[in-house]
Design a protein around this ligand. Structure first.
Ligand code: NAD
Length: 497
C-alpha cells in the first residue's frame, strides 16, 4: 500500500471524511457557490451518514455554466490544434495517475464501492485520457472521387457544447468516458454528476484546468436531477446530450431533447445474460458469474444479472455460486470487505422490494434475500448477496433490472434454448457465454442482441472497445473511436475546379 493511500484511508476512517474536498460548482475555471446559496449533503453508504456537503445547483447555475461553455467555444480553445488538445489530455492522464490514491478514496467514500474497485476505475480513467490524447489528431474525414471537375471531402467538426448526465454507480469513469473524447474532438462541456456522488467529477474538472484546459471549456454543476439535470437537458444552448441512467429518466431526457432537436446518446439499464454451457471451464465460469453480479454490489448497468445455465452443469455451478455468495463479507469499502454497500437507502429499498415480491410470488431463494441489519455492518446500507431461481420467461426477476447483488437463474436444456432466453427481455446491453466450443461461442455472438458480447471472460475489453446498448438499453456508443465520433458532426464540402 502506498504511503499516500495508507494516509488517506487512515484519515477517512478516523475522521469519517477527508479534508480539502471541493465544495462548489466548477464554472468558468473556478469553484463557485450556487446562485441560490443552497447546499446538499453527500453520504458515505458504508456508514449511512453524511460526510461532506456541496453546492446544490438549479437552473440559474446551469445557465451560468452553459454560458461559460458557449463562450469557450470561440476562445483560445478553438485556436488549439488537435495535437495540442491531445497534449492537455495526456498531462491530465499523468496527473490523475499521480493522484490516483486520492481519487480512489474519495470515490469509495462517496459511492460506497470497495477501494480495490475504485482503484480499478481510476486506472481505467488514466488509460481513457491517454487513449483519447492519442486519438485527438486521428479523427479525419474522407475524400470522395467525384470526377475530373470536382473535389469532394468530409470534415469532422466538434458538435459544440456537450452535456453529460452521470449516474452514481461509476461516477468518475462514466464522467471521464464522455469528457475525454468530447475534449479530444474540441467540444466544451457542462457535466451534471449524480447528486449522490459529485466529488470526483469536480476534482477532475479542477485537475484538467491544471493540465492546461482554458477556462469555461469544462464546467460541472452539482445538483439533483429534478433541479439541475432537467434544466441542463432542456437548455437551448446545449448541442449534444450524453445521458447515462435509468430508462424512465432517459425517456424524460429524450422528450426534453426533442424540444430543441438536441443530439442525444442514451446509455440505460440492462438485464444481461451470462450463458454457461456444460462444456465450459467451470472455474472460469464460476469466477466470471461471481464478478458479473457481485462486483460493485451488482450496481452495474452491464451486470450479468441473469445466469442462463445448461441443465447438465446447473447443480455443480449453483453449489459453488451459493458457497461463493455466502463467503462474501459485507463491509465498508475502505475495509477489506468482500462486498460493498448499496449507494442509497432508496436503492436498498428498491432491491429489497424486488426480492420480497419474488418471494411472495413463489421464487426459490437459494441464498441471501435480505437487508443486512445496519448494526451488523457499521450502520451502512447493505444487501445480502442473493441467488434466486426464475419461475419462467415472464418472471419479473427475469425481466426487471434490480441494480443490486441479486442473480436470477434460468436453467435451460440446450444451446438453442439458451439463445432464446438470452434475447427474451426488452434490454440488450451486454451478453456473455462460457463454453469451450468456439464455433458455438461465435454463433452466440451473432445471434444475441447486445451492444457487446463477452466470450469466456465477463467485463472483458477496455476503453478501446465501443460500449452501448440496443432496444431499452439505449443507443449511441461510448468508448473507442465510436465514442470520439459521437462528439463530432460531419460536414461535406464539394468544390468545382
Ligand atoms: P437516474 O436515471 O435516476 O439518474 C441518473 C442521472 O440522471 C443522475 O445524475 C440524476 O440526477 C439525473 N436525472 C434525474 N432526473 C433527471 C431529469 N429529469 N433530467 C435530467 N437528469 C436527470 O438513474 P440512477 O438511479 O442514478 O442510476 C441507475 C440507473 O442507471 C440504472 O438503471 C442503470 O442501469 C443505469 N446505468 C446505465 C449505465 C450505462 O452505461 N448504460 C451506466 C450506469 C448506470
Amino acid at each position: 500500500m502506498s504511503a499516500e493511500r495508507a494516509r488517506l484511508v487512515e484519515e477517512a476512517l478516523r475522521t469519517g471524511t477527508l479534508s480539502g474536498l471541493p465544495d462548489g460548482h466548477f464554472i468558468a475555471g473556478r469553484f463557485v457557490a450556487s446562485a441560490s446559496g443552497r447546499r446538499m449533503e453527500s453520504f458515505d453508504p458504508g456508514r449511512g451518514v453524511a460526510f461532506a456537503s456541496v453546492a446544490a445547483g438549479d437552473a440559474e447555475d446551469v445557465d451560468r455554466a452553459v454560458e461559460a461553455a458557449r463562450a469557450a467555444l470561440s476562445g483560445p480553445w478553438a485556436g488549439l490544434s488537435p495535437a495540442a488538445r491531445g497534449e492537455i489530455l495526456m498531462r491530465a492522464s499523468q496527473l490523475i495517475a499521480e493522484r490516483a490514491a486520492r481519487f480512489a478514496v474519495v470515490e469509495t467514500l462517496d459511492s460506497g464501492k470497495r477501494l480495490a474497485e475504485a482503484e480499478g476505475d481510476v486506472s481505467g480513467v488514466v488509460r481513457a485520457f491517454a487513449y483519447y490524447a492519442g486519438a485527438a489528431d486521428k479523427l479525419h474525414g474522407d475524400s470522395m472521387p467525384l470526377g475530373p471537375d470536382h473535389v469532394g471531402l468530409t470534415i469532422e467538426e466538434p458538435v459544440g457544447v456537450a452535456a453529460q448526465i452521470v449516474p452514481w454507480n461509476y461516477p468518475l469513469s462514466t464522467a471521464a468516458r464522455g469528457i475525454a473524447p468530447a475534449l479530444a474532438v474540441g467540444c466544451t462541456l457542462v457535466v451534471k454528476p449524480a447528486e449522490q456522488t459529485p466529488f470526483t467529477t469536480l476534482m477532475l474538472a479542477e485537475l484538467l484546468h491544471e493540465a492546461g484546459l482554458p477556462e469555461g471549456v469544462l464546467n460541472v454543476v452539482a445538483g439533483t436531477g429534478a433541479e439541475a439535470g432537467a434544466a441542463l437537458v432542456a437548455h437551448p444552448g446545449i448541442d449534444h446530450i450524453t445521458f447515462t441512467g435509468s430508462v424512465a429518466t432517459g425517456q424524460r431526457v429524450m422528450r426534453a431533447a426533442a424540444e430543441h432537436v438536441t443530439r442525444l446518446a442514451l446509455e440505460l439499464g440492462g438485464k444481461s445474460p451470462v450463458v454457461v454451457m456444460a462444456d465450459c471451464d467451470l472455474d472460469a465460469a464460476f469466477a466470471g458469474v461471481m464478478e458479473a453480479i457481485f462486483e460493485n454490489a451488482g450496481q452495474i448497468c452491464s451486470a450479468g444479472s441473469r445466469l442462463i445455465v445448461e441443465e447438465a452443469i446447473a447443480q455443480p455451478l449453483l453449489d459453488r455460486l451459493v458457497a461463493g455468495a455466502e463467503a462474501l463479507r459485507p463491509g465498508h469499502g475502505l475495509s477489506d470487505a468482500g462486498i460493498g454497500p448499496i449507494n442509497s437507502p432508496a436503492q436498498l429499498a428498491r432491491v429489497a422490494d424486488h426480492v420480497e415480491r419474488a418471494r411472495a410470488a413463489g421464487n426459490r431463494i437459494l441464498t441471501g434475500g435480505g437487508i443486512v441489519p445496519p448494526e451488523a455492518c457499521g450502520g451502512g446500507w447493505f444487501y445480502r448477496p442473493t441467488i434466486a431461481l426464475a419461475r419462467g420467461a415472464d418472471d419479473p426477476l427475469v425481466q426487471e433490472e434490480i441494480f443490486g447483488p441479486v442473480l436470477t437463474v434460468q436453467v435451460v436444456p440446450d444451446f438453442e434454448a439458451a439463445v432464446t432466453a438470452a434475447n427474451a427481455t426488452s434490454y440488450a446491453l451486454v451478453a456473455g457465454i462460457y463454453t469451450r466450443d468456439h464455433a458455438r461461442a461465435w454463433r452466440f455472438a451473432r445471434a444475441v442482441d447486445a451492444g457487446q458480447v463477452y466470450i469466456n471472460e465477463f467485463f472483458a475489453g477496455g476503453v478501446a472497445m465501443p460500449f452501448g446498448g440496443n432496444r431499452k438499453s439505449g443507443f449511441g456508443r461510448a468508448k473507442g473511436m465510436a465514442g470520439l465520433r459521437s462528439y463530432s458532426k460531419l460536414k461535406s464540402v464539394v468544390a468545382r475546379i
